[in-house]
Design a protein around this ligand. Sequence first.
Ligand code: MG
Length: 173
Amino acid sequence: MALSKKIHDALNEQIAREFQAHFIYRAIAMDLYEKGYDGFAGWMDQHSKEEYGHAERIIHFLRENEARVTLPAVPKPQDTWPTVKGAVEAALQHEKKLTADIHGLHRLADEDGDLATVSMLDWFVSEQVEEEHVVNRLLKRIALAGDSPIGLVVIDNELKGGADAAAGSAGGE
Ligand code: MG
């Protein structure tokens, strides 16, 4: 079954938003790396790769459905954040927006009776629960550190260990 124009356009728009998320998290990673937070930067880089993977997943779906992929112009992301907490909060806000976008797309595909797109988007609905959860957990750790720079360094070291461990495993999206 060919995708409707409405669904095709909406999926192309979602590809743009996933690439935008990829860019934003990459920009946060670069900012935090420059400030010496290797662990936070590694965590954001990993998150950035996941967003790239999300865009690729939709591209693959469109290709499988003989639907043309139109690559977007990606807006220049903000390039510095005053605090680590602010940077991670920006990531959470963006994830919430992505969740709302995915839910909107899911409803659209549902109304269209497009079961293939609904099935593809089911994965994204679950993924967004996980995405918001991991960013929320990180914000809770940051809240425990309060205003203590040492606290942030401790979390940064924890994340650095996690990033090293993840790099050694097969990893996922
Ligand atoms: Mg995503």
